[in-house]
Design a protein around this ligand. Structure first.
Ligand SMILES: [Zn+2]
Ligand SMILES: [Zn+2]
Length: 139
């Protein structure tokens, strides 16, 4: 954290470690709060949220908006997300961000590229019958 110019207080370190523990799961600030409250009973949700936003600004984490709740992601590299309509899990998948073709953004500064797919994950597909939504998703 210190490397990124963040004063490493105990609380910040614990929030960072918890975010790491949730790697690949895209926790909300609430999830982090509930995971830490047994050991840090004085922690507030605002502190957790502000700390996570601080990590985002420092490039330590990414934020993705899942409907109205921000989800945090310790994986700050370019990668795609797949949200399952059935279990609500958000999965990471690899993309080659440089190869995404787009137009209409001449003179824009792009700071981040994200790809967001939605559908049914393989596990839910195996467990239930989701034939009605098959057909794949396009960009
Ligand atoms: Zn699923
Ligand atoms: Zn992710």
């Amino acid at each position: 954290l210190a490397e990124k110019g963040i004063k490493p207080s105990y609380t910040r370190i614990r929030i960072y470690e918890t975010l790491k523990r949730f790697y690949g799961q895209h926790p909300s600030a609430d999830d982090i709060y509930h995971a830490l409250i047994p050991e840090l009973p004085t922690l507030s949700k605002t502190t957790v949220y502000n700390t996570l936003k601080l990590f985002e600004k420092a490039g330590l984490a990414r934020v993705l908006n899942d409907e109205n709740e921000a989800r945090f992601d310790i994986n700050a590299s370019d990668h795609g997300h797949f949200k399952c309509h059935s279990c609500g899990m958000i999965f990471d998948f690899s993309i080659e961000a440089e190869k995404i073709e787009y137009s209409g953004l001449a003179n824009f500064i792009i700071t981040e590229k994200s790809v967001y797919f939605k559908g049914i994950c393989s596990e839910c597909r195996e467990n239930k019958n989701f034939n009605n939504v098959e057909g794949g998703s396009d960009l």
